[in-house]
Design a protein around this ligand. Structure first.
Ligand SMILES: Nc1ncnc2c1ncn2[C@@H]1O[C@H](COP(=O)(O)OP(=O)(O)O)[C@@H](O)[C@H]1O
Ligand SMILES: [Mg+2]
Length: 299
């Protein structure tokens, strides 16, 4: 951790104190990540850590004046160098990169830095990943999908509706046992959401019972940075059918009869997509062997 950050955190902590007691390293990161959000009065306190995930940690916060709900969840991404280096290429294919305001990056210098994977380029890539999560939450929330309401994105943090209450956060669906009528109802609700996402040309890309929250008999879909677009990603069908396979794995274990392959095909084709299709070469990366295999097969 840089000395500059420590100094900045010390300055910030004089103005912004919170209930949650973090270890020193985490505190610096938290303060640095949440300062602007607190400064804009989105939150007034950080109460506790809900979960330390693989790429991000989620904190329960008390809302500030700008939010109608009493609590909000802050998802803070790990600094890029501490994140598990996930191969993000298959998700990035066919989607433009976004800047910290959620706008498509068109600046040649920035695009070049990303391609060359300079430190600055990697920073921009990381930011784009976060911006996609926020933008997708906005799009899906406006579309009426069961996702947390997004409030703000600042730097490496996203502020969204918190699912749970003061004493406990929602469980991930995977850890919940459902009776058969509830299982059927929630299964249909998840499929409704997947269908709605396809209507808005969005595939979750990492959907499973681990990224669905369960609270008071309702479900909420979360964790969207890797979203994929059905029309421009050459492997979108594979990613889509994998999402359905994982969803069906959970619901089958809860006694719901579901045929993942048939369901995926029906949904996909009902939106006019084909399972094998031509990809626009501008979306293929010549340095990526999967993309090149795909291109040769297509020709
Ligand atoms: N809006 C929320 N309300 C309550 N808990 C949440 C919320 N968002 C995330 N969580 C919790 O934080 C965990 C990690 O969040 P997630 O977005 O899935 O990130 P990761 O990339 O780390 O899997 C989730 O499994 C869930 O337990
Ligand atoms: Mg997750």
């Amino acid at each position: 951790m840089e000395a500059r950050l420590f100094t900045r955190a010390q300055e910030i902590s004089r103005e912004f104190r919170f209930t949650y007691k973090a270890a020193r390293f985490e505190e610096v990161w938290l303060l640095d990540s949440l300062f602007e959000i607190a400064d804009h009065k989105w939150i007034s306190d950080v109460l506790r850590k809900v979960k330390g995930g693989k790429e991000a940690s989620v904190y329960l916060c008390k809302s500030g004046e700008g939010v109608e709900a009493p609590y909000v969840a802050a998802k803070i991404y790990r600094p890029r160098m501490l994140r598990n280096l996930k191969n993000d290429q298959q998700y990035r294919t066919g989607r433009a990169d976004l800047d910290e305001s959620g706008n498509v990056i068109v600046d040649d210098g920035t695009l070049h830095a990303m391609q060359k994977r300079t430190a600055f380029g990697e920073e921009v890539r990381h930011q784009s990943w976060i911006a996609y999560e926020f933008k997708t939450l906005e799009n899906l929330h406006n579309a009426g999908a069961d996702v947390p309401k997004p409030y703000a994105m600042e730097k490496n943090a996203i502020l969204m509706g918190y699912v749970g209450d003061l004493s406990s956060a929602a469980s991930v669906l995977n850890s919940v046992s459902l009776d058969s009528s509830e299982a059927q109802r929630l299964y249909e609700r998840v499929i409704h959401n997947i269908d709605l996402m396809l209507t808005h040309k969005i595939i979750h890309g990492d959907l499973s019972a681990y990224n669905i929250l369960y609270w008071n008999g309702d479900i909420t879909l979360i964790d969207f940075p890797q979203v994929v677009f059905p029309e421009s990603n050459p492997v979108s069908w594979n990613i889509f059918s994998r999402d359905l396979t994982r969803v069906c794995q959970y619901f089958s274990s809860q006694g719901v009869r579901c045929d993942a392959r048939k369901l995926a095909l029906d949904l996909w084709t009902s939106h006019g997509y084909k399972t094998a299709k031509e990809a626009d070469p501008k979306y293929l990366d010549p340095e990526n062997s999967e993309d090149m295999k795909f291109w040769k097969k297509q020709k």
